[in-house]
Design a protein around this ligand. Structure first.
Ligand SMILES: Cc1cc2nc3c(=O)[nH]c(=O)nc-3n(C[C@H](O)[C@H](O)[C@H](O)COP(=O)(O)OP(=O)(O)OC[C@H]3O[C@@H](n4cnc5c(N)ncnc54)[C@H](O)[C@@H]3O)c2cc1C
Length: 454
């Protein structure tokens, strides 16, 4: 890991405004592991539940690997298979730090072979179809996997192509960038920001009108770019615009206000009721639409795209998607929002971004899903009712500049649920930045092994 910006180096203040010293910080972060353990799901018992059940986990990203690891620990004799096509594991929460120039691409890239739990089969393929009535998964390669229990953890489809004129391959050229597209593209965002500073121009950022993973990331992308230019003495050469649908910029009222204040102080114009509809990459023009359907086409030199997001098509085709309400259009997996058990098929569970909750699409949420989903599956396997309840836990360090972040944690009530109640986590501080840069990644990789679950 590289920390090229040297946040919290010897030049950082020794005592924070809130009176917390470096020594306190070290105690605090040193205690994080303990805090994580305190809030942890109970460790699996020595002797697991005896079973011959066939369990198929679809997707081997953050949620799929975590659930598979926990199931392996809870059960004895189960045949667990993870269906995951990719050899590479992406630490996506680190992509904002790649865009900040703090992490390199290799800092956020790992090999799945190191995280597929021992004793679990890895089917290196895509799921193509599921028949929940006959309990069969079909893979793109033509294999059939029979299951007794199914866990759906295939994450989110980034729908770049839903934006007229845009193809995913356009990202990384002509001033078009998107940290959501992958680590290389996040690296491109960093380089493109440097170029913008040298040449000057208009920078535009958007947030779509669908649920998205890490709803703080579009804000982070904006504030990181603004900060890099400010610190390089190039800020006055660039106009900043943030295009957002009507309504709040962030679902928690306090942080919505905080972001608006910071945007105001730093000259980021908020274009409210403005949804990205189309792009002409060669001409560097973008079209936005308002709530009444009025279209406006504007120029840009730099466009950071956050695409509409939804579940992968096969979820709907399998009859597993939510059918009513505001989330139906996205084809998200229909689950009970507390037990994460499927709304219609009791032997099917969900975990991670794919489930039909509007919030809770973060890796931190997976710390909670990683115990709720497997523990409830094991209850059902034992003919008991699901016991565990997911409370909507959602969290991310909201980076406000390179070197500072607020530690945002909330649940279904949209009220804050701070881990460190004795300090104001919502106050941007170098502490939460250091937590983000140095501590969250090891926690994440431990989570993939079924440790430090919430
Ligand atoms: C830019 C960015 C910044 C973020 N910042 C934060 C942050 O600061 N804090 C935080 O907590 N979270 C953050 N997140 C969100 C976090 O990364 C996700 O919420 C988390 O990865 C969700 O885990 P998942 O397993 O549901 O999805 P993923 O980790 O995306 O995994 C889904 C897996 O399913 C596989 N898959 C897809 N289709 C198929 C198929 N047909 N068959 C089989 N497998 C398939 C994929 O290959 C992938 O491995 C960020 C995400 C991004 C993109």
């Amino acid at each position: 890991m590289t920390d090229r910006n040297k946040a919290g180096s010897s030049k950082a203040p020794l005592v924070l405004r809130d009176g917390l010293s470096r020594r306190d910080f070290l105690k605090l972060t040193g205690g994080l592991t303990a805090a994580a353990a305190v809030g942890s799901a109970p460790a699996a018992a020595q002797a697991g539940v005896q079973t011959r059940a066939r369990i198929v986990v679809l997707g081997g990203g953050a949620a799929g690997l975590t659930v598979a690891a926990r199931l392996r620990d809870l059960l004895d004799g189960a045949r667990i298979t993870v269906v995951e096509p990719s050899e590479t594991h992406h630490y996506q929460p680190g992509w904002t730090l790649v865009a900040a120039g703090t992490y390199s691409v290799s800092d956020v890239t790992a090999r799945n072979e190191h995280y597929i739990p021992r004793g679990v089969d890895w089917k290196k393929d895509y799921v193509a179809a599921v028949d929940p009535e006959s309990q069969v998964v079909e893979t793109a390669g033509g294999d059939r996997l029979d299951y007794d229990f199914l866990v759906v953890a295939t994450g989110i489809h980034l729908d770049y192509e839903a934006i007229e004129g845009l193809e995913r391959a356009d990202i990384g050229q002509n001033g078009l960038t998107s940290i959501y597209a992958g680590p290389e593209q996040a690296r491109h965002a960093y380089e493109q920001t440097q170029r913008l500073g040298e040449q000057g121009g208009v920078a535009r950022f958007n947030i779509p009108n669908t649920p998205i993973k890490c709803a703080g990331a579009p804000i982070k992308a904006t504030l990181i770019a603004e900060d890099l230019l400010r610190k390089a003495g190039q800020r006055d050469r660039v106009e900043f615009h943030y295009h957002a649908p009507e309504g709040a910029l962030f679902s928690v009222e306090r942080f919505d206000g905080m972001v608006r204040d910071i945007y105001g102080e730093r000259g980021v114009g908020i274009e409210s009721g403005s949804v990205l509809q189309g792009v002409e990459p060669e001409l560097r023009r973008a079209t936005f639409v308002d709530g009444d359907g009025n279209r406006e086409t504007v120029d840009y030199d730099y466009l950071h795209v956050v695409p509409p997001m939804r579940a992968h098509d096969w979820v709907r085709e399998a009859g597993l998607a939510v059918e009513d309400g505001s989330l139906a259009e996205g084809g998200w997996l229909a689950v009970d929002d507390q037990t994460l058990q499927h709304a219609r098929y009791p032997n099917v569970f969900g975990a991670g971004d794919v489930v039909d909750t509007a919030i809770g699409k973060t890796a931190s949420t997976v710390r909670a899903h990683g115990s709720v989903t497997p523990d409830n599956l094991v209850s059902v396997l034992q003919d008991r009712e699901p016991q565990q309840r997911f409370d909507g836990y959602t969290s991310c360090p909201l980076i406000t500049e390179v070197g500072k972040a607020a530690l945002v944690e909330f649940d279904y009530t949209l009220e804050e649920v701070p881990t460190f109640g004795f300090i104001d986590q919502g106050q941007p501080s170098w502490m939460w930045w250091r937590l983000k840069v140095h501590m969250i990644k090891p926690l994440y990789y431990n989570m993939l092994r079924g440790r430090y679950l919430r």
